[in-house]
Design a protein around this ligand. Structure first.
Ligand code: HEM
Length: 421
């Protein structure tokens, strides 16, 4: 199989594992730019996605939207739930924290962390190294630097990931007692996160930074490992990997007023499922509008992600730190209880340099086994390749038990939005 196709097929399993029903339905309806299902409108097409985000007034605090979660769970007041002048002032403040100059100042700290962790472990040929805890530490350290938290980075990252996952599960249609338990779990998770932050208003910033980083970096590294891209790491490749993986694939929103988009009427109160993954044409190697597709993963218009510069820089540095080790995927386990499609664990081993690879047939094929927690019938895998003894022993990994996280409740029989950003 062409290495890009293999990377794409494996990444698709991570995506589908997180919300199997919703994402299968979205994939099946992808060819329709907009599709109304009762009171829900699926928005797939790049033009439709852009028009909704720039022209349709959106209810920033409606239940089941990102802003709604911010307002209810974290006390609100951070961009997602704001509008107008209040939002512009918030953007200016966050712009100072996340602008190019601030990113340049943060960069040496995370580069040092990466080099230290990887040189110590990945240098030892043959022993598998899990990239997921490293990425959580990196994300936690960045969130701590942005919020002034003194919590240990892995603790802050876990608290943010749990709060996001609990908020996502809270939207699942379920029985009343379970719904109450889910609501309690959200409150507790939000309280734990707030307790780690000097200013609880920063909770959504920590959640936005940690969940997206935890989702994006391992998936991009897995893509590089499978497609053998380690000698081609550049900022442009990092941006392209973000387009191909669309770490925040769905934006759940609600219309605040009537509108018409590409001839489809939108009514006030309609639930809008904006599929960033399809607007970014993640399923295509060559998007029709590359600049538009590259931006689409970060949203468009006044609420477009202010963390994009940081996210691209961090991914470039992460892949650059991995590149000298030519990591190969040893075992990949998709996560089941996260807000965004992610890996629960991504074990890699240091690989040989490509020149050595040509001379050493025992490592010329990927040692990766089929993903241990594929959510559905896994795509056909190539037969196991001959492996060096050094990479033969893989620790057993158990999969999560959750059947998938959360669609928020639809008003009709339509699919539900997830609590993504
Ligand atoms: C790969 C990484 C990331 C992706 C894919 C991503 C994606 C997104 C998307 C799709 C939105 C919604 C845009 C819209 O509604 O039009 C958003 C908003 C936001 N993101 Fe990110 N993001 C990432 C990383 C980050 C990071 C690292 C931070 C902070 C350090 C961050 C902070 C925010 C904030 C504060 C908002 C709300 C903006 C507003 O409502 O005005 N993001 N992000």
């Amino acid at each position: 199989m062409n290495p890009h196709r293999r990377a794409r097929a494996a990444d698709r399993r991570v995506y589908l594992a997180s919300h199997p029903v919703l994402f299968t339905l979205l994939a099946a309806t992808r060819h329709r730019p907009l599709l109304r299902l009762g009171g829900t409108v699926l928005v797939h097409g790049p033009d439709a996605y852009r028009q909704v985000l720039t022209r349709v007034p959106l209810d920033r605090i409606a239940e089941g939207t990102t802003g709604g979660a911010a307002a209810r769970l974290m006390g609100g007041g951070l961009l997602f739930d704001q509008d107008g002048g209040e939002h512009r002032a918030g953007r200016r403040a966050v712009g100072g924290l996340l602008g190019s100059r601030a990113v340049a100042e943060l960069r040496p700290a995370w580069q040092q962390l990466l080099t230290g962790r990887l040189d110590g472990r990945l240098g030892e040929r043959g022993s598998p190294f899990d990239l997921v805890p490293l990425v959580h530490e990196l994300a936690g350290a960045t969130a701590a630097a942005l919020t002034g938290s003194s919590a240990p980075p892995p603790v802050l990252a876990q608290a943010a990931l749990r709060a996001a996952a609990a908020a996502a599960r809270d939207h699942l249609p379920t029985t009343l007692p379970r719904r109450r338990a889910a609501a309690r779990a959200v409150e507790e998770a939000a309280e734990r996160l707030n307790a780690l932050l000097p200013d609880p208003r920063d909770a959504m910033l920590a959640v936005a930074a940690v969940t997206t980083t935890a989702a994006a970096l391992p998936r991009a590294a897995a893509w590089c490992g499978r497609a053998r891209l380690w000698d081609r790491i550049t900022p442009e490749l990092a941006a392209e990997l973000l387009r191909l993986t669309a770490p925040s694939p769905v934006l759940p929103r609600v219309a605040a007023a009537d509108a018409t988009v590409l001839g489809t009427p939108i009514r006030r109160g309609d639930r809008l499922i904006l599929v960033a993954r399809h607007a970014a044409e993640s399923h295509r190697d060559q998007p029709t509008d590359r600049a538009g597709a590259t931006q689409a993963v970060f949203g468009v218009g006044p609420h477009a992600c202010p963390g994009a510069t940081l996210a691209r820089a961090q991914l470039t540095d992460f892949l650059s730190a991995l590149a000298p080790h030519h990591p190969r995927i040893h075992r990949a386990t998709p996560a089941r209880r996260t807000a965004l499609p992610s890996y629960a664990s991504l074990l890699v081993t240091a690989g040989p340099h490509p020149l050595m690879e040509r001379e050493a047939p025992c490592v010329s094929s990927s040692p990766e086994r089929p993903d241990s927690a594929a959510p559905m019938s896994p795509a056909p895998q190539p037969p196991p390749a001959p492996r060096c003894s050094a990479s033969a022993a893989a620790p057993a990994h158990s999969a999560g038990t959750c059947p998938g996280t959360p669609p928020s409740r639809p008003r009709t029989g339509a699919p539900s939005p997830t609590a993504t950003w």
